[in-house]
Write a protein that binds this ligand. Sequence first.
Ligand SMILES: C[S@@+](CC[C@H](N)C(=O)[O-])C[C@H]1O[C@@H](n2cnc3c(N)ncnc32)[C@H](O)[C@@H]1O
Length: 130
Amino acid sequence: MMRDSARNAAIEAAIASCNLTGKTVVEIGTGAGLPAMLFARHGARKVFTCEMDERIAAAAREIIRNNDLQDRIVVIAKSSRQAILDGDLPSAPDIIFTETLDSGVVGEGYESIAEDIRQVASFADDPDAT
Ligand SMILES: C[S@@+](CC[C@H](N)C(=O)[O-])C[C@H]1O[C@@H](n2cnc3c(N)ncnc32)[C@H](O)[C@@H]1O
C-alpha cells in the first residue's frame, strides 16, 4: 500500500487542496503515518491520529520522529472507539480523515468507524464537550 504511488499522490493532492494553516486534524487509522505527516507538512497545527494496532502505532511514532514531526502529530495507540471513550480526541477538530477502506471497500469495520466519525464530528456541535 505504501508503495502505491497513485494512491499516495491522490491522498497528498486531496490534503494539499485543503487550507490547513492552523487547523486541527483527527485521523482514524494511522498506519505508517503517511496521511498524518502530509497533513502536518501541508500546514496543520496539530494532528491527532489513532491506530488500533500497537505495533503499527509504535512504528508510526518512530517514522514521525525520524521526520521531526513529533511536536505536531500525536499518535494514540487505540481504536477510534476506545480513543473516543477515553477522551483522547480533541473537541471541534477542523478535519476528520480516514483511509481505512480496503479492496472490499467497506472492510476494516468501516461501519463502526463511520459511527466514530459521527461521534467526533458531533463534539464540534457541543461547545462544552472536551
Ligand atoms: C489501510 S491502513 C491505512 C493507513 C493510513 N491511513 C494510510 O492511508 O497510509 C488502515 C489502518 O487503520 C487501522 N485501523 C482500522 N480501523 C481502525 C480504528 N477503528 N481505529 C484505529 N485504527 C484503525 C488499521 O490497523 C490499519 O493500520
